[in-house]
Design a protein around this ligand. Structure first.
Ligand code: B12
Ligand code: SF4
Ligand code: SF4
Length: 309
């Protein structure tokens, strides 16, 4: 085994020990295939009010512009599929990813530990940790590294565990062994496209972000357009429909991260409890949750939107 293989194995074994589902590595270079698709997505205003998607265009497509002298993009998946979900269909629903502690905190800590491990075991390596918020095309890197394929609903999917996991990266200035992409297993299926209530999957593999329930309930700052009334199928924060209907998610397995467990009251709250939620209850239930992104006023707006048919 040469040194590169040895380092690669060390990193992948430590990633597993830290609780990541899987780890794949790609050479840090310009994302040639994604560049025209991303440009088209922006030009067609599919980012709506998410103006941050227009920033750092070059850096988003080229990690060597983001992290000086970088050689490798290490992609990591962290499972968030819960063992219990909100069962009652009449209750306003929260995406499964937001049940527990905000994933940004949980993943950042794990990434820091992995970088520290690399510095201890391999030597002085310069790198940066990324999870979601930075200008990095998370799914494109994970797909390139063979961790899954990008499905027609535009999420990264694996045959083993479906798609209910987060994606994060370490971008470092160390040469490693690189993985190859896997194959697409969507086949003739169109379940996600057919099930999307707002027709946000405008063509296979292309989601118009500005039409997605997740966008309206989390990202949009203003009022939700009244023309969408009756279409949200009770989703008050995010939307899991195009993943819930995906046949590959029959293979989802429950996570083992205690921090992702919901506040004990969350799953038992009734429709009335949600409609009457106060700022105090919001603070208690969503203490460190990603739901805070929409703030109390945003969640109230969403709940009222579902109510007012
Ligand atoms: C902006 C954003 C959103 C927006 C826009 C969604 C979108 N699809 O872009 C909104 C708010 C709507 C959103 C919603 C959700 N999001 Co989001 N989001 C992001 C963010 C910050 C950027 C995504 C991005 O770059 N979009 C730009 C467009 C151009 O990219 P794209 O859709 O991936 O398009 C590519 C493919 O479609 C592909 N493509 C296009 N045509 C073709 C054709 C073929 C043949 C192929 C193979 C590929 C292909 O090329 C495009 C360019 O690379 C990422 C985090 C990050 N930094 O990457 C998280 C991220 C994508 N979101 C995530 C999640 C979990 C969600 C939700 C499930 C949350 C929820 N339950 O509500 C939904 C899912 C909605 C959906 N079906 O996409 C996860 C996805 C994890 C996974 N397993 O894939 C990410 C990676 C966050 C993370 N770090 O874990 N999100
Ligand atoms: S998350 Fe919901 S609204 Fe968005 S594309 Fe998927 S099914 Fe459609
Ligand atoms: S529902 Fe079907 S088409 Fe959509 S992502 Fe899953 S396998 Fe692919």
């Amino acid at each position: 085994m040469n040194t590169k293989q040895k380092y690669t194995n060390l990193i992948k074994t430590e990633a597993k020990r830290l609780g990541f589902l899987s780890c794949g590595i790609s050479k840090a270079q310009f994302l040639e295939e994604e560049a025209p698709r991303f440009e088209k997505w922006l030009n067609q205003e599919m980012h709506g009010e998410m103006k941050y998607m227009e920033n750092h265009f070059d850096k988003r497509l080229d990690p060597t512009k983001l992290v000086q002298d970088s050689k490798s993009v290490i992609s990591l998946l962290l499972n968030y599929y819960p063992d219990q979900i909100q069962e009652n269909e009449s209750v306003p629903k929260i995406s499964k990813y937001a049940y527990g502690t905000d994933y940004h905190f949980v993943i950042k800590d794990k990434l820091k530990s992995l970088l520290q491990f690399i510095n201890e075991k391999i030597g002085q390596v310069h790198g940066r940790a990324f999870v979601d918020s930075a200008p990095v095309l998370d799914k494109a890197w994970a797909a390139k590294s063979g961790l899954g394929w990008i499905g027609k609903n535009s999420n990264l999917i694996t045959k083993e565990v479906g798609s209910f996991y987060f994606i994060a990266e370490l971008i470092i200035d160390l040469d490693l062994e690189y993985d190859n992409p896997t194959t697409d297993h969507c086949g003739t299926c169109t379940a996600c496209i057919d099930a999307c209530p707002t027709q946000a999957i405008v063509e296979p593999y292309m989601v118009d972000g500005s039409k997605c329930i997740s966008y309206f309930t989390i990202e949009l700052k203003n009022e939700i357009p009244t023309s969408l009334k009756g279409q949200f199928e009770n989703w008050m924060f995010g939307c899991d429909i195009c993943q819930d209907v995906c046949p590959w998610n029959r293979f989802s397995k429950s996570h083992s991260e205690p921090l992702f467990n919901p506040h004990p009251d969350l799953l038992s709250m009734t429709k009335d409890d949600w409609e009457e939620i106060t700022q105090d209850v919001f603070q208690k239930i969503f203490k460190k949750s990603a739901v805070k992104r929409t703030k109390f006023s945003g969640l109230k707006r969403n709940i009222n939107f579902l109510k007012e048919y």
